[in-house]
Every structure is written in structure tokens, then in C-alpha cells.
Design a protein around this ligand. Structure first.
Ligand SMILES: [Zn+2]
Length: 59
């Protein structure tokens, strides 16, 4: 469960894992990546403590 911290694309600071979201739109294009229990693709939302930028990556 140890994933690398995400770096802010704007200022390079380490971002905080803010939330998880489920994307149902992507699931239509990538059915093999779908979590069967959720019916969508799980993504992590990260926020930057320095500049407030947000970024999303696949969980
Ligand atoms: Zn930043």
C-alpha cells in the first residue's frame, strides 16, 4: 500500500491524497480497468498544499 507521493505539476511540492472518486465515463472505454464492486474506475484526487492545484491519477 506504499505508493509514491504525487508531485505537484505546477510547483513541484508533494501533494496530499485528498479523496478517491469513481469515474463511470472512463469505464465505458476501459472495461478491463473497472472495479466490479463499484462499476467504475477508481481515481485518486490529490491536492497541493502550496499552490492549491489538484491532480487526478489512477488508483
Ligand atoms: Zn503546487
Amino acid at each position: 500500500m506504499s505508493k509514491q507521493k504525487m508531485k505537484c505539476p505546477s510547483c513541484g511540492a508533494e501533494m496530499n491524497h485528498h479523496a478517491d472518486k469513481v469515474d463511470y465515463t472512463l469505464a465505458l472505454n476501459e472495461p478491463e480497468a473497472v472495479e466490479p464492486d463499484l462499476g467504475g474506475i477508481v481515481e485518486e484526487v490529490h491536492t497541493c498544499p502550496k499552490c492549491g492545484a489538484t491532480a487526478v491519477r489512477r488508483a
